[in-house]
Design a protein around this ligand. Structure first.
Ligand code: AMP
Ligand code: MG
Length: 413
């Protein structure tokens, strides 16, 4: 058996980062930038008002109070999107709405709230009730980003606000590490998709929808390669097709010691493989290798093992392929609600647990078993928020601290 970290490190030392691609903003959420983006135009592009009110010459408003307001003549009206046509002269004001360009002559904006409701524009006059200082409520051109300012560093994971910034810089596309296309295939003669009747001996294919979703959750594009029956020719053809059209492959089943473990037989012929026994439970066996430079993860068939194996090995590798620097989920300490006992077997145990906070938002985190800890009991996995990491030994007692791999959080800092 090899330790978990050794297997992870060997995988990460092997999988390549994918090349860059230019993608539309609508397809770029979660992808990683390959080059730093600087402002090529000022943002905002022109000085504009941050409030609804009146563009004025600040000097004109000196001494204004509610009791003795300064009265200015309104010479124009500027909604957002309209270019000014007349300047603000002495004793004049222009009615202006948030986002509209500040007209020539004006050096400040007076909020509507600082004008008299009795005399706030009807009849062409506005009564200002508070003096303005130069610059009041004016958003300067380039005040957010000036030309040449760094906007988004290389290696950024594009979130919603990044996409907004890229759009504000005028770019409809962005250059990122290509989103990995990941083939997902279940294998086994016993498998039937949901929606079809079960004959004796058959079970539902639960791994494929689960693994497709795990691939999507990792920011990759899952490609459905269906259920491969336990037939050498069928599996060979599917895997070769997947290797030719995808960036990575994830299969479930057929890689253990059984007589019908056809995936194993095929991979021995067409791939450069490692057959690892990893010192963990569940998900001890892992088949990892390359077919023509395309990584393949041969995950165990038992659904919990499949899920855990994907989390520990495939997910960090896919994130690395997509250019992420942060490839691992966080591990946080929690308090064990009850004894989490285990036997000594040389392995790290990963128990499915729920997490909850006791005593408000700053309170302590409590972990409790999420049901039966067996590698075929997927319902417990579905209920869990994380995997309690129990190093080889006796386990932990109630009230003691246990590290939990947070399946509910995307990345560590
Ligand atoms: P295998 O790794 O092919 O020996 O499968 C181990 C166990 O996982 C067997 O009980 C299989 O029936 C089950 N299994 C394999 N593939 C799937 C799947 N896609 N969905 C649900 N169970 C599966
Ligand atoms: Mg099988």
């Amino acid at each position: 058996m090899i330790p978990l970290e050794e297997a992870q490190n060997r995988i990460l030392a092997t999988v390549p980062r994918l090349p860059a691609a230019t993608v539309a903003l609508g397809d770029a959420l979660g992808l990683v930038t390959v080059e730093a983006l600087a402002a090529t135009e000022p943002i905002p592009p022109f000085a504009n008002t941050g409030v609804d009110g009146y563009a004025v010459r600040a000097a004109d408003t000196a001494g204004a109070t509610p009791e003795s307001p300064v009265r200015l003549r309104i010479v124009d009206e500027l909604p957002a999107g309209k270019a000014p046509t007349v300047p603000v002269g002495p004793g004049e004001a222009i009615r202006i709405m948030t986002g509209a360009p500040v007209p020539d002559g004006a050096d400040a904006i007076v909020m509507v709230e600082d004008t008299s409701v009795d005399d706030n524009g009807d009849g062409g006059i506005v009564a200002i009730t508070r003096p303005a200082r130069p610059g009041d409520h004016v958003r300067a051109a380039g005040g957010d980003l000036a030309v040449g300012d760094p906007a988004i560093p290389a290696g950024s994971v594009l979130g919603p606000a990044h996409l907004g910034v890229v759009a504000s810089l005028g770019h409809p596309t962005v250059t990122v590490v290509r989103r990995p296309r990941v083939a997902v295939m279940s294998t086994g003669d016993e498998l039937v998709p949901p929606g079809e009747p079960l004959a004796i001996g058959q079970i539902r294919d639960s791994n494929r929808p689960m693994l497709m979703a795990l691939v999507a959750q990792a920011g990759c594009e899952p490609i459905d390669f269906g259920i491969g029956v336990d037939d050498e020719a069928v599996i060979t053809e599917r895997l070769e097709k997947a290797a030719a059209s995808c960036d990575a492959m994830v299969t479930s089943g057929g890689v253990s010691m059984g007589d019908y473990d056809i995936v194993k037989k095929v991979l021995r012929q067409i791939a450069e493989m490692h057959w690892w026994q990893i010192a963990i439970r569940p998900a001890k066996p892992l088949a990892f290798g390359m077919i023509n430079g395309v990584p393949i993860f041969g995950l165990p068939g038992n659904p919990v093992s499949s899920h855990v194996s994907f989390e520990l090995f495939a997910r960090p590798a896919l994130l690395q392929m997509a250019g992420h620097a942060r490839r691992f989920r966080p591990v946080t300490p929690a308090e064990a609600e009850h004894d989490m006992r285990r036997r000594v077997d040389g392995k790290l145990h990963l128990d499915r647990v729920t997490l909850r906070r006791e005593g408000g938002s700053g309170g302590r985190l409590v972990a409790a078993a999420a049901g039966v800890q067996a590698s075929n009991v997927l319902s417990a996995m579905a209920l869990s928020d994380g995997l309690a990491l129990l190093p080889d030994g006796e386990g932990v007692g109630a009230g003691e601290s246990v590290d939990v791999l947070r399946l509910d959080l995307p990345a560590d800092h």
